[in-house]
Write a protein that binds this ligand. Structure first.
Ligand code: GCW
Length: 680
């Protein structure tokens, strides 16, 4: 069953329900494929093997395209004229990556087609998902297409096999054995990504090493690009801004310097020579000590546009990160990215997209949406989520992140009035943009189970699904994933789905309730550290964020404080700014609140805070008891792994509660309310 861990959501267990199994068996007798590209070969193998395993009987290729009860796959332009006729109308309305899955009346065939081979592969995975989740496959008429163009993983992988903020072993890229040794894991990685529609990967850390841009590494990157291509995945690299100096022997990396411009043009051309579909560059510049255009008195636009000009002739893009805050800037860290970037709206080249983290600080268990969303209508903005759990208990705590992602995506920015959700901004439907994207900082490593925690696989899965359709419901995602990964038994699916959905609020409650943030121990960010105050940069210290004193707790970002609220559209700014209207989940993010302040339920802030910490502990207790009952439905190994991890999570939820309450109690000077366990 170590193999089960490795197989992710592509288990293809034999369908257990006899009625469903029989209906599938009578619908599917074989597979016919049009076309002979590598991608079609992969799609054919996937559907043959997937169906054989799901149906518990061999499903073979059928040569006669007119046979009854077969699955027909192929790119629309390669289908028979008759089939093309059948599908004409459906195909017209979808983009190049979209597909149609349609039951044809003639011989009860199911046709899976799209404009490209990769679209067919996506359609095949969708069809298999229907069976994996025991849905009906009669009278199918599905058309689906991704709403976002660039659906991409960001690996924070270094060239020495370590992974920044990685909690699942070492990097899966074996640079030493590449280019000649193609690890089976690269293929399995591409297949898993294709199954959820991910179409890009940035191989290396945003804290970049310029060596990745040397010929020695190009060979290796090319080998990976060749492996991923048939799965529809493009390779991207991070570009270290000072590379012209470090590997190009130039004296400067000033984007105004013609030699520097030429260096990047030549470098880019060199990449495209061996990787004709290279995706482009991801850049972290003038952020946390990384070099950038500001080192030369230039700005983000100058830097991004120089790289964009080098990539444009080949169709490549620049993803320029907005994660900036400066040691020289004494303004509220939460305001700095907006202040720095919003004035540049409309100044970037067409092939630049600005990559914005979901919140203004840094991947906390909860943050209000980043105020840049909605504030730069003339610039495409892409979402950056963190799938790896840097601030959410690494790969030890079970936290279902699609719930967090959905909360952000469905937040209303009001940038064009009510209903201007973050989802509509990043999918380019509110302010029409052709270039759209969503990035997820990968939680993938060399561990047998890829992600460190069996349930962390759901976060990779859910990221992909939301990048495809940012309006999906996290409940649906959890249910799909559970059925595909573990079991279709209702007695398993219902309670565990609830457990996953609740897990997000649980972590907020036992770590950072009511809008608290960034009070994790510093450096590694694991466990509580609200007392830490000795780091060189003030905004690296937890005390900067909670500001607890005898009068109360919280960061005043209202008009009486840093006025970060003013960076939001007036409708929400008003709400966040007013302590009485501010959603309680964000209260201490925006306000410094007195210990005696009355919360909506009548409790004082102190009592309410303590109760939230306790609630978090109780929620993990509930997760343990839910999981405890699932033994009959799960293989022994995964059952036991999750059980042990939940035990740690419970212990650590108490650690969080006790550490934070004992620390904050020094300021509040109040007793713990009834119902909150006293630390022992
Ligand atoms: O979340 C923080 C991390 C850094 C990371 C940085 C970033 C890659 O603590 O490790 O560096 O953000 O996103 O650039």
């Amino acid at each position: 069953s170590a193999q089960k861990d490795y197989k992710l959501w592509l288990q293809y267990n034999k369908v257990e329900d006899a009625t469903i199994l029989n209906s599938y068996r009578s619908t599917i007798k074989g597979v016919h494929a049009f076309g002979n590209s590598e991608t079609i070969a992969i799609a054919t193998k996937e559907i043959e093997q997937g169906l054989s395993s799901l149906l518990g009987q061999e499903i073979h290729k059928i040569n006669n395209e007119n046979s009854a009860n077969i699955i027909v796959i192929g790119k629309t332009s390669e289908l028979s004229a008759e089939l093309q006729q059948n599908i004409q109308k459906d195909i017209r309305i979808i983009n190049n990556e979209g597909y149609v899955i349609k039951t044809l009346n003639n011989n009860k065939q199911v046709l899976i087609t799209g404009k490209t081979d990769v679209a067919v592969l996506y359609g095949v995975f969708h069809f298999l998902r229907l069976l994996q989740t025991n849905q009906s496959i009669s009278n199918l008429a599905i058309t689906d297409a991704p709403k976002i163009n660039v659906r991409i993983l960001n690996h924070w992988d270094n060239l020495n096999e370590t992974v920044e903020r990685g909690y699942a072993g070492s990097s899966i890229w074996n640079w030493q054995k590449l280019p000649d040794f193609i690890d089976q894991r690269y293929i399995d990685y591409a297949r898993a990504n294709a199954s959820i529609g991910i179409n890009g990967t940035v191989l290396n850390n945003v804290n970049a090493n310029a060596l990745i841009l040397t010929p020695q590494y190009f060979e290796k990157v090319t080998a990976l690009a060749n492996t991923f291509r048939p799965y529809g995945i493009k390779v991207y690299l991070t570009a270290r801004f000072s590379a012209p100096i470090e590997i190009g022997k130039l004296k400067t990396a000033d984007p105004y310097d013609p030699e520097v411009q030429k260096w990047w043009k030549d470098k880019t051309a060199e990449i495209y020579k061996s990787i004709p579909d290279f995706g482009g560059f991801l850049v972290k510049a003038n952020s946390e000590g990384q070099p950038g255009p500001q080192n030369y008195g230039r700005n983000h636009v100058d830097g991004a546009n120089m790289l964009a000009d080098a990539l444009a002739p080949f169709g490549g893009i620049v993803m320029w990160r907005a994660f900036v805050y400066s040691e020289h800037n004494t303004d509220d860290r939460a305001k700095q990215a907006y202040s720095e970037f919003v004035p540049y709206d409309g100044k970037f080249r067409d092939n630049v997209i600005v990559q914005v983290k979901n919140g203004a600080i840094d991947f906390q268990p909860r943050e209000p949406f980043h105020p840049m969303f909605g504030a730069m209508p003339k610039t495409p903005l892409m979402m950056e989520f963190q799938i790896t759990q840097e601030y959410l208990g690494f790969s030890t705590h079970l936290v279902f992140l699609p719930k967090l992602f959905q909360e952000v995506l469905q937040s209303d920015t009001y940038s064009k009035g009510k209903g201007s959700t973050v989802a509509k901004i990043i999918d380019g439907s509110l302010d029409p943009h052709k270039l759209t994207g969503m990035a997820g900082v990968a939680n993938i490593g060399s561990d047998i189970n890829w992600c460190g925690h069996p349930f962390a696989q759901a976060n990779w899965y859910g990221f992909g699904r939301l990048a495809w359709n940012p309006n999906l419901d996290s409940k649906t995602i959890a249910e799909e994933w559970l059925r595909m990964t573990f079991s279709n038994n209702e007695k398993f699916v219902q309670p565990v789905q609830e457990m996953m959905i609740d897990s997000r609020e649980a972590v907020v409650n036992y770590m950072t309730p009511l809008g608290l943030h960034h009070i994790m121990d510093t450096g590694h960010h694991y466990g509580p550290g609200p007392w830490v105050s000795n780091l060189s940069r003030p905004e690296w210290n937890p005390v900067y964020y909670h500001k607890a004193d005898k009068n109360g707790i919280g960061f005043d970002r209202s008009s009486t404080g840093s006025n970060a609220t003013a960076q939001y559209a007036p409708e929400i700014a008003k709400e966040f700014n007013d302590i009485a209207k501010c959603p309680e989940k964000d209260l201490l993010w925006f306000h410094h609140v007195s210990w005696d302040y009355k919360l909506k339920n009548g409790a004082t802030l102190w009592d309410g805070l303590a109760q939230k910490y306790q609630e978090g502990v109780n929620q993990v207790g509930n997760m343990q008891s839910t999981w405890g009952k699932m033994k009959p439905y799960v293989d022994e190994q995964r059952f036991h792994e999750v059980e042990m991890l939940l035990n740690i999570q419970h212990k650590e939820a108490k650690w969080w509660r006790d550490a934070c309450l004992l620390y904050f109690q020094q300021f509040s000077g109040k007793e713990l309310p009834n119902g909150v366990e006293k630390p022992t």
